[in-house]
Write a protein that binds this ligand. Structure first.
Ligand SMILES: C[S@@+](CC[C@H](N)C(=O)[O-])C[C@H]1O[C@@H](n2cnc3c(N)ncnc32)[C@H](O)[C@@H]1O
Length: 779
């Protein structure tokens, strides 16, 4: 791609860099014309999209090789490695290939099922057996393995049926004997117990909450269209729910998450039927993404005739399986001919390909211009930097050629089509949402270091958000951004849910955070992020009205240690001065509050006696040399960083902790008491003391961190809940009853953000609730 970029003549490059939306048909046509006569372009398209160069297709020999390796690991008892090899083999095994007269894919499913059984993953094992049987219904070994899996799960009735089918299909005498003895075991067991384990259904299916509140689309002078409420809304109300128009997994999650629903992949992942890239958590997801493949009904259905009628019915139900209704146009189908453009191009470009493919499949002969208009999404083409404009031009032409190669799409390859693809790219840039999942990380891995010491059981719990995909939600993208949001977006599988986190009065805008938030970053950094990522100048209340957080987040301590005043650097002073016109004397603000004090001084309403100058204390006017202060802080921060690294690498020494404590003192005397770096240092020390088993110290530092964050964020912000989770895990380890208050606060905030979905998104809540019950029982 870089070589294409550098080959473009300077004049054309400048023309593209300076183009506006209106110029696009001309600039696109000129670039396309240039590429038509430029051999490396055709070479690139052929590398990416010509089936002759396909790298992502199926390969029988590669599948057999991985299978053999899997068998070797199995024999050595290395079941995890065997599992990985069989999964790898399944990804590349062609559906029609055979292995010793059996279908290769079915054999691989059974080999993997055997490993899964060894690993005590009986449900996964059962599913793999069923998959094998749907391909080869007379596969005796598969029925036998299925019977064993059902027996392990306590489904004795099914286990008996499976084993009876296995017996009737088994040709060898030895095999029949083994099945009979297994049957006898189960029958004996049945006499002892008749319980059948009911397996949990996917809990997400059971929560069918729908939004009850009517929203209104309005147009605002500073933000364009946006959503407002038509009535007063209380916190935690679901205001929007939507399935994506198009979605894509991020490259870094391809091996760990389902390529359709983006949930974690189970050990029995299902591969795409036509190429070797996607993996799914279930057959249902695979069909939704790749389309229904006509079922192969093997000839050996005749075997059913030899079974007693009730057993025949049982077998038929299993091998015919469930037919899933396809909810939408399969989004991966046009990508899975084995060619690798979709695996190589950036995710957002492939997402645009999905949007286009959907349009083409729905409206083969319609004009693409009408389509782009009908998407009704805003875009930012004209505001983009020159280099981005050039890249989008190149990607648009490449994508159209790839689509044409891979599913024979009939596009007129002209300036208009290419320009419309660029508009789609720009729409995606502004409107696409990042799909995230929560991942719990706790200090389990750190136990080893402290061996048998009592500290080994004291763990802090921590949650991080993992970015797993990108998606376009047509209506979800009508919600504007605010750095002080009043709604919160989250995802259940592919479904977008939006919920209020505050009281929203009728007529108020409903705004979510696109990433930056007051408390997380200072105003300048939020602006830079929104400009770079979404190409707009933020006009939200957080960026136009005073708030304590923006003033103190990165502020310095007054040089006079007895003074609690704030010292700001010039970039903060300049930005905060812009907000002065919006400071009304703050009737709503508590006049003893720090924010009031600072704002009054900044806005010069206090007699105009204070000069707001970078480096000067806003309270007493004393001057601090910020350059030398920064040098001191940078030095101190090296020790905090060392502590953080040692927490990760599990090598915490007493020296590292005492150096970090000394650095914390330096930070406290140089930075404002609410500076976020102090909170971070306190948090790191809390983790370190927790690991070292010094729980009282851990709790003190955790509380100190929380106190600062409560000043920077709204006390009911989800960030605060995550901080309390850490504190609470220490309180629980200490048997400290104040854990009860923490648990109740965590539950309140999580319910506010996730409503009845809280325990699905954050399963740790169930554990906390149980702990709370334990405390109450003991009390
Ligand atoms: C996802 S769209 C939101 C809907 C959009 N207002 C529309 O008319 O389609 C994002 C775009 O809305 C505008 N926008 C959203 N939040 C804004 C804010 N806080 N300040 C200024 N513009 C904003 C920007 O133009 C941004 O590129």
């Amino acid at each position: 791609m870089e070589s294409l970029k550098t080959a473009i003549p300077e004049r054309l490059r400048r023309m593209i860099g300076e183009s506006t939306t209106d110029d696009l048909p001309v600039t696109c046509s000129s670039l396309h014309h240039f590429f038509l006569h430029f051999e490396p372009f055709h070479q690139l398209v052929s590398d990416l999209a010509d089936p002759k160069n396909a790298l992502c297709g199926k390969s029988e020999s590669a599948a057999l090789e991985s299978k053999q390796l899997g068998n070797q690991y199995f024999l050595k008892g290395d079941y995890m490695k065997a599992l990985n090899c069989y999964t790898k083999a399944l990804r590349v095994a062609p559906l029609e290939a055979s292995d010793l007269e059996k279908n290769l894919v079915a054999t691989l499913y059974i080999n993997r099922a055997t490993v899964l059984h060894k690993l005590d993953l009986s449900i996964e094992c059962l599913r793999d057996c069923t998959r094998a049987l749907q391909m080869c219904p007379s596969y005796a070994k598969a029925w036998y393995r299925r019977g064993k899996a059902n027996a392990s799960l306590g489904n004795n009735k099914d286990a008996i049926c499976d084993l009876n089918v296995a017996k009737s299909m088994e040709s060898s005498l030895g095999g029949k004997k083994q099945i009979e003895s297994e049957l006898k075991n189960i029958l004996d067991q049945c006499e002892r117990t008749s319980s059948v384990v009911q397996h949990k259904k996917n809990s997400l299916d059971t929560i069918g909450e729908m939004p009850q509140i009517k929203l209104q689309l309005v147009t605002m002078p500073d933000k364009g269209r946006g959503m407002v409420s038509t009535c007063d809304i209380s916190p935690s109300s679901l205001v929007h729910r939507e399935e994506p128009y198009a979605m894509i997994i991020l490259k870094q999650c391809r091996e760990t998450h389902c390529h359709y629903c983006l949930n974690d992949l189970p050990a029995d992942s299902v591969p795409c039927r036509s190429c070797s890239i996607p993996q799914y958590c279930s057959q249902q997801c695979q069909i939704q993404a790749g389309g229904q493949v006509p079922k192969i009904y093997p000839d050996d259905h005749g075997l059913l005739k030899n079974l007693p009628s009730d057993l025949g019915k049982y077998v038929a139900e299993i091998i015919l399986g469930n037919d899933f209704e396809i909810e939408d146009i399969p989004e991966h189908k046009h990508e899975c001919q084995g060619v690798h453009w979709s695996a190589v191009l950036p995710s957002e470009i492939v997402l645009a390909g999905r949007v286009l493919a959907k349009f083409l499949q729905k409206n083969a002969c319609e004009d693409i211009t009408n389509f782009v208009k009908s998407l009704e999404l805003s875009h930012c083409y004209t505001q983009l930097p020159s280099d981005s404009k050039l890249e989008l031009h190149i990607y648009a032409i490449v994508l159209l050629y790839c689509l044409q190669h891979s599913d024979g799409s009939v596009f007129s390859m002209d300036g208009v089509s290419v320009s419309q693809v660029i508009i789609i790219f720009s729409q995606i840039k502004v409107n696409c949402m990042t799909v995230v999942r929560m991942r719990s990380i706790d200090a389990h891995g750190l136990q080893d270091q402290f061996g048998d010491s009592p500290s080994s059981t004291y763990l802090t719990s921590n949650v991080e958000q993992v970015r797993v995909g990108k998606a376009i939600y047509k209506y979800g993208s009508l919600f504007n951004h605010s750095c002080q949001p009043n709604i919160h977006a989250y995802f259940l599988s592919r479904t977008l849910c939006i919920r209020t986190t505050k009281v929203v009065a009728a007529g108020c805008q409903l705004e979510l955070s696109y990433g930056p938030q007051v408390g997380l970053w200072e105003c300048k950094d939020r602006h830079t992020f929104l400009k770079d990522e979404y190409a707009f100048q933020c006009q939200c209340s957080g960026c136009s009205e005073f708030n304590l957080s923006d003033i103190v987040l990165n502020a310095f301590h007054c040089v006079n240690l007895n003074c609690s005043g704030t010292v700001l650097e010039s970039s903060v002073v300049d930005r905060e001065k812009l907000k002065i016109k919006h400071f009304s004397g703050a009737d709503q603000v508590d006049k003893s509050d720090d924010i009031y004090q600072v704002c009054v001084r900044l806005s010069n309403q206090n007699g105009g006696s204070i000069h707001i100058q970078p480096g000067c204390c806003l309270k007493c006017g004393s001057y601090r040399d910020l350059e030398s202060t920064r040098a001191v802080i940078d030095k101190a921060w090296i020790c905090i960083k060392r502590l953080q690294d040692s927490i990760i690498s599990k090598e915490i020494s007493n020296t590292t902790i005492s150096d970090a404590l000394e650095s914390l003192c330096l930070l406290r005397s140089n930075l404002h008491a609410y500076n976020k770096r102090i909170a971070e240092a306190e948090d790191s020390l809390a983790q370190a003391f927790c690991i070292a088993g010094k729980l009282q110290l851990a709790m003190d530092h955790s509380k100190a961190s929380l106190l600062i964050l409560e000043k920077l964020y709204d006390p009911d912000d989800i960030v605060i809940a995550h901080e309390i989770v850490k504190l609470c895990s220490i309180q629980i380890s200490m048997g400290d009853k104040t854990a009860l208050d923490s648990i109740s606060r965590i539950c309140d905030i999580f319910s506010r953000y996730y409503g009845p979905h809280a325990h699905v998104v954050f399963p740790y809540l169930q554990y906390l609730r149980k702990e709370a019950e334990n405390f109450l029982v003991k009390a």
